[in-house]
Design a protein around this ligand. Structure first.
Ligand code: NAD
Length: 470
């Protein structure tokens, strides 16, 4: 007796496919939902997030000792801002766009409408587990889609809170949270979703894209990479040091847009290093360690990976300027500055994703640009320096997903600009208008009048058309 595909499904496959099937009918209903309906849901989500603020902070603390203040700034505040910005602007963003009519189509009218893609999947990483699961969800809901969220398996406490919040706002036939590791994720990826929004590493991004190709599902890939940070000779050194220390050691360096390595002009290198050291001491090494705003590495495996990168650099001749302490099974790593690094070290080859900051010296901006362009296109590029001409030179010489001049990381928080990578750092955009676009199909509709003879210009025997082109 032959077995059916249904009978050979494992427990989790049955559970996931039931949710996926149940979301189909709802996705059809949501096509007819109004902007008002969607805003109502987002406001409900906002209310629940506010209600669960203390639990969110506790959950992130449980998962990797993330300080409450950092959780507020980089998780809840970012998500609440995204909801408020979306609710304020959604009507305008989804308004059908009227377009002009070319001469041969005279008599017809055309417009572009923005409709939901349908059933969508969000796969999120562990480093900002709340923000990177709910941020894209806001766009998916605003655009009128159903959604399954697959959060990272490394943040179990945060996932509990996410599940609770979602279950209070949505029925799981509309938005469901499916936890799991690689097998569960790969099963999800085998299903014919209408869009997949993936945030994670370039290596897994390739797996996602390959799986999506089997169903011709569209993808947004928000990936990582080595984000260079140039500090030119005319930079304001103390200001640059303070911003770099914030951007690099926020979340203990586990930030996709953290400065990965510094390129420093030789004339100011000594002064910059002194300023970085002082800033690190002031922010992280004075006062009560209990109240120091500095989190752990997500798990021992990642701590060991960072330690291996560190040892490889030291073994090959790099010089540790400050930090370099690995404690608590390598899960607590001090903010670390490293000089004399070279291209053959892992620290200059791989995305560090931890609190190690290598420093490379350069003579002229052209050399700095060449160093950047030897590596895959990064998610972020930062430039500190006052000359507009030099700023323009770097922007034109080096591509990156996002850029900030005389600051770092904050470009992520401006809801008015798109956020996404290029090349190895991904493609497609999230945030605000751009996020809603990622989850919408831009559908053109041409409406012909039936009163006057119209497109006959383009019909056989084509004599009128010949007059048009001549
Ligand atoms: P990851 O790629 O290992 O995991 C991301 C998600 O993919 C998780 O939900 C995980 O369960 C799933 N996954 C892991 N292996 C898989 C496999 N073989 N098949 C299917 N699914 C799989 O990334 P991570 O370690 O959670 O996060 C760190 C990476 O994410 C870094 O590279 C960082 O730069 C990047 N990142 C990018 C952004 C962005 O917005 N561009 C934001 C945060 C993190």
């Amino acid at each position: 007796m032959s077995t059916t595909a249904e009978e050979t499904k494992t427990g989790f496959e049955k559970k996931i496919s039931t949710i996926f099937e149940d979301q189909l009918a709802v996705s059809h209903q949501l096509r007819k939902s109004t902007v008002k309906d969607r805003i109502k849901k987002l406001r409900k989500l906002e209310k629940q997030i506010l209600h669960f603020q203390a639990d969110i902070k506790q959950a992130l603390y449980n998962d990797f000792q993330k300080p409450a203040e950092e959780t507020e700034i980089s998780e809840t505040w970012v998500v609440l801002t995204e909801i408020r910005h979306t609710c304020k602007n959604l009507k305008k963003w989804l308004r059908p766009q009227k377009v002009d009519t070319p001469l041969p189509l005279l008599g017809s009218t055309s417009k572009v409408i923005f409709e939901p893609k349908g059933r969508t999947l969000i796969i999120s990483p562990w480093n900002y587990p709340f923000n990177l699961a709910l941020g894209p969800l806001i766009s998916a809901v605003a655009a009128g889609n159903t959604c399954i969220i697959k959060p990272s398996e490394f943040t179990p406490s945060t996932n509990v809170v996410i599940k609770e919040i979602i279950s209070r706002v949505f029925d799981k036939t509309e938005v469901a949270v499916v936890e799991g590791e690689v097998p569960e994720t790969q099963y999800l990826l085998s299903l014919p979703f209408d869009h997949i929004f993936f945030t994670g590493s370039p290596a897994v991004g390739k797996i996602v894209m390959e799986a999506a190709a089997k169903n011709l599902t569209g993808v947004t890939l928000e990936l990582g990479g080595k984000s260079p940070t140039i500090i030119h000779k005319d930079a304001k050194i103390k200001d640059a040091a303070e911003k770099i220390v914030f951007g690099k050691f926020l979340n203990a360096g586990q930030t996709c847009v953290a400065p990965d390595y510094l390129l420093v002009h030789k004339d100011i290198k000594g002064k910059l290093i002194e300023s970085l050291k002082t800033t690190i001491e002031n922010k992280f090494q004075s006062g009560d360690p209990e109240s120091t705003p500095y989190c752990n590495i997500i798990n021992q495996k990642n701590g060991e990976r960072i330690k291996d990168i560190f040892r490889d650099a030291v073994d090959k001749g790099a010089r540790v300027i400050s930090g370099g302490d690995f404690e608590n099974n390598d899960k607590t790593i001090s903010p670390t500055l490293i000089d004399s690094v070279s291209d053959d070290m892992r620290i200059m080859e791989e995305e560090i994703f931890g609190p190690l900051l290598p420093i490379v010296e350069y003579d002229d901006l052209k050399t700095a640009a060449e160093i950047i362009n030897r590596k895959p296109k990064p998610l972020a590029l930062y430039y500190f320096g006052s000359s507009s001409k030099d700023q323009k030179f770097i922007v034109q010489s080096c591509q990156s997903g996002t850029t900030a001049i005389n600051d770092c990381v904050l470009q992520f928080t401006n809801t008015e600009i798109p956020f996404g990578g290029i090349g190895n750092s991904g493609f497609g955009n999230g945030h605000g208008y751009w996020g809603v676009r990622a989850f919408s199909h831009e559908r053109p509709i041409l409406k012909q009048n039936t009163v006057f003879p119209s497109s006959s210009l383009l019909h056989p025997p084509y004599n009128s058309f010949k007059n048009l082109v001549s």
